[in-house]
Design a protein. Structure first.
Length: 407
């Protein structure tokens, strides 16, 4: 496919047709950034895992992973969150009002919830009759969740917001993988029908659902009882979500069947009908998602510290492409792009580390309120809001997206 430039009469010079984009950055860069690098790291860790008990050097490298990827979060994870704010609110008031649910209502509700949690943090709720009745109602409906686990209002609100983040992260990851695969199919002229798109989307959402079920079951096995503490958010007790045992097996069967549906309904069918093999850059984000979130092939260190980094790396090429397209060409264009990158890194450090730490120290939340309130609230707020922002800024029908990626 080519983008035709202006055509002239035979007695005028002809401007040559310009090839349409074939990648977000370049085919090779897309391969590594959209999932190839994460698969390579997973393979290396899988091999090293067998020798970590025998060789101290290998064990030490595994021990260094949390520190390494904690630092890398500042240059990849944090900017990827904040870039979504620039790409959404930077489009002007008309765009914000059009997408009022994600860009106005959701952040206001989150802010109101955290304000309520801060003001009434130590209000006891453990013996509330209303909560007892609500839990009985949930149990009658077969919903394996208990309210009031934290016993005080502020910690309960924080705990519920963490659960909501854990639930919505699968929706967000799945949509990003699905969008990345579809865009690569477009670049390669690989045909994907409406039904095939539905199969592809269902396959990645099934992985996310299975991962959530497995996580909920893992918390029960690790901690027992009715509540646990997420190691990322110390001091906040969360209610366990005890799904019936057969449910996880049912979801696992669904994951396997939908994987086969993609293989036979898209890959083999297109090979038979169109005589075309699937492009590797179409496959790599989809396959990487199975490596990321199928517990059978995952490792704890990889799951906890490395997957968020590679999720961010998968996002940043698209953010860079869109932002670079909006910056006009000129002698200082690369410098202006560099300034945007540096600003995002610094803003990410300020938001995730500096500002909440200062607020927690000022209000002494670690001693008065069981946990570092602002450190948790800031992180959970931007995670949840980011998921909603991305649901409205990455739509192919938007003129900004089509111009930036397809010419």
């Amino acid at each position: 496919m080519i983008v035709e430039a202006q055509l002239f009469h035979s007695d005028q010079p002809i401007i040559e047709a310009t090839p349409a984009p074939r990648a977000v950055i370049s085919p090779l860069a897309d391969f590594w950034l959209l999932g190839g690098a994460s698969i390579l790291v997973w393979l290396a860790m899988s091999l090293g895992y067998f020798w970590r008990e025998s060789f101290a050097t290998v064990q030490s490298r595994f021990n260094e992973l949390p520190y390494a990827f904690s630092f890398l979060a500042m240059v990849a994870n944090h900017p990827h969150f904040l870039a979504s704010y620039k790409l959404s609110y930077g489009r002007g008031g008309k765009f914000v009002l059009k997408n009022w649910l994600a860009l106005i209502l959701v952040p206001l509700l989150l802010l109101a919830s955290f304000f309520l949690a801060f003001e009434f943090f130590t209000l006891p709720i453990g013996d509330s009759s209303a909560i007892y009745k609500l839990n009985d109602w949930l149990h009658h409906l077969g919903i394996p969740f208990n309210f009031g686990t934290a016993e005080i209002l502020g910690a309960e609100i924080l705990g519920l917001s963490i659960w909501f983040m854990n639930i919505s992260v699968g929706w967000h990851y799945s949509k990003q993988v699905y969008g990345a695969a579809l865009m690569q199919a477009h670049f390669a002229n690989y045909p994907i029908s409406k039904r095939q798109r539905q199969i592809l989307k269902a396959s990645v959402f099934a992985v996310a659902i299975y991962q959530f079920f497995h996580m909920a079951q893992g918390m029960i096995e690790a901690y027992g009882g009715e509540r646990f503490q997420d190691p990322r958010f110390p001091g906040i007790f969360l209610s366990q979500m005890a799904f019936p045992q057969p449910s996880q097996k049912i979801v696992a069967v669904g994951v396997a069947l939908l994987f086969l549906a993609v293989v036979f309904g898209i890959l083999i069918k297109n090979r038979r009908n169109h005589k075309i093999l699937p492009p590797i850059n179409f496959l790599v984000p989809w396959l990487a998602f199975y490596v990321w979130w199928i517990p059978v092939v995952s490792m704890h260190a990889y799951y906890m510290f490395i997957i968020p980094f590679f999720h961010s790396m998968q996002y940043l090429p698209f953010a860079y492409k869109l932002e670079a397209h909006q910056i006009q060409k000129g002698p200082w264009r690369d410098f202006r792009i560099s300034l945007v990158v540096v600003a995002l890194v610094l803003a990410g450090f300020a938001y995730f580390d500096l500002v909440p730490t200062v607020l927690d120290q000022y209000f002494q939340t670690s001693t008065r309120q069981v946990a570092g309130f602002f450190m948790i609230a800031f992180s959970v707020f931007i995670n949840i809001h980011h998921f909603f922002i991305d649901s409205v800024i990455w739509k192919l029908r938007q003129p900004q997206i089509r111009r930036a990626f397809f010419g």
